[in-house]
Design a protein around this ligand. Structure first.
Ligand code: GLN
Length: 435
């Protein structure tokens, strides 16, 4: 069988290929020399599989796509408090290189515009690192996200530094507000190196997949940053990743994303996929023209918008019945699927309807494959309240999907593997009482 996804990607690429609108970024002379016809797209799945079509192994500079990853490193290395004190999370609706800071605090509005990204760069690594060591931390961190060793394109870096007046102006302004506490030039130099790291479309898809995969790189298995950091980063990408086109993007594409002026674009759909495209001509916001069209297609063809309401899953309560009769009768509440808050609420409703005289109650999780934390707490509270009202509660959980099944505070649960075993226990108890 011919593989389906690369065929799909090739077809979508040929659809956007005729569009030669937009222009190369020319404020960095080396970028103006890029081949404008390059075009590639890659998908990285969370098990490490990569699908691609077009120029997916050509290297180009990461530019602003580094911003969410360095923000992630800063949050990891310094903690949320110190980073949030210096960089906000509000969409600016402004161009990426706007010279603007929050009026009362002097903080950059968010880490996706240059002011915030330059500040985030200064917060990567331990406090007091020398600029060169910080660059090393940044390149190491980006490499861990990609799952391979990345390098800096010195010529693009030098070319940008020669014309970095605007970023220097931003950095000096940050220094005047004490948001930066060191030499502004050294920070801009480090930030420019960060932007000059070379990546391929394949690398970018894998970096996005690391975010989609709760911070664990699908290839290396390395947990690069924590889940909490990932949630913060994806939220900011969603609201600010596409600069002044963020609202259009959020409604039409609906995937946390980030663009770079060399023509790269990434999207990370939590729990599903990392995507990347490469096409160097940019629109007036500085986002790749063909990249934006590609993502619009991916999102609509595959229903990838994060606000898309998922098809209703199977009912969480599979059945509710009584096994046996008399004092040994066992009321079984059989649950199924993955249980989140709404599913747990269904279980509460069923449990409330259990007649007080039905002493023995089993929550059967045999067909449950996952329970999230809130559902776990709700089900344990159901068990606790049932115990307090005189019920004997069994948890049928042969695969231990419920971690630490302790209802606490007056609750009692007997964990068994099968309904039969719960039955047997009752019989033994009855016999014990008889003897
Ligand atoms: N290095 C570029 C800059 O700071 C990155 C901008 C971008 O990719 N949008 O201007």
């Amino acid at each position: 069988m011919r593989p389906i996804i690369p065929d799909y990607l090739a077809e979508v690429l040929s659809g956007v290929e005729p569009d030669t609108s937009g222009a190369l970024a020319d404020y960095i002379p080396q970028l103006a020399a890029a081949d404008p016809e390059r075009l590639g797209a890659a998908f990285a799945m969370l098990d490490g599989a990569v699908y691609g079509a077009g120029d997916i192994d050509i290297e180009f500079t990461i530019q602003s796509i580094s911003k969410p990853f360095i923000y992630a490193l800063a949050l990891s290395d310094r903690g949320f408090g110190p980073v949030l004190a210096k960089v906000g999370v509000e969409p600016s609706g402004e161009a990426f290189n706007e010279i603007s800071l929050e009026s009362d605090t002097g903080r950059p509005l968010n880490p996706m515009i240059n002011a915030g990204a330059i500040t985030a760069h200064s917060l990567a690594g331990a406090e007091g690192l020398a600029p060169a060591d910080r660059v090393e931390r940044v390149v190491d961190g980006l490499s861990a996200f990609a799952g391979r060793r990345l390098t800096v394109d010195e010529s693009v870096c030098a070319s940008e530094m020669e014309h970095a007046h605007r970023n220097l102006a931003i950095a000096h302004m940050l220094r005047s507000h004490d948001i930066l506490t060191e030499d502004p030039r050294a920070v801009v130099d480090g930030y420019t190196r960060q932007c000059s790291v070379l990546v391929t479309t394949r690398d970018l898809a894998m970096m996005a997949a690391t975010l989609a995969n709760r911070g664990t790189n699908p290839l290396s298995g390395e947990q690069v940053v924590s889940e909490t950091v990932v949630r913060q980063v994806l939220s900011v990408m969603f609201s600010c990743g596409m600069y002044d086109a963020a609202g259009d993007w959020a409604t039409q594409v609906g995937i946390p994303a980030k663009s770079g002026v060399a023509g790269g674009l990434i999207g990370a759909l939590p729990g599903q996929i990392g995507m990347a495209t490469f096409s160097p001509r940019l629109d007036r916001h500085g986002n790749s023209v063909r990249g934006v069209s590609l993502f619009e297609r991916f999102s609509s063809d595959m229903g990838l918008h994060v606000m898309e309401v998922p098809a209703t899953g199977r009912a969480v309560v599979r059945s509710h019945h009584v096994v046996g009769s008399g004092p040994n009768a066992l009321r079984v509440l059989e649950l199924q699927g993955g249980i989140g808050f709404a599913g747990a609420e269904r279980a509460i409703q069923e449990a409330m309807a259990i007649p007080p005289g039905d002493i023995r109650v089993a929550l059967d999780l045999t067909r449950v494959h996952a329970i999230d934390d809130v559902a776990r707490r709700v089900l344990l509270e159901v068990a606790r309240r049932l115990t307090l009202t005189g019920h004997e509660v069994y948890l049928i959980d042969p695969e231990s999907v419920m971690p630490d099944p302790d209802p606490g505070d007056g609750g009692r649960i007997t964990v068994v593997d099968t309904v039969e075993y719960a039955d047997l226990q009752a019989t033994e108890a009855a016999q014990g009482q008889g003897g």
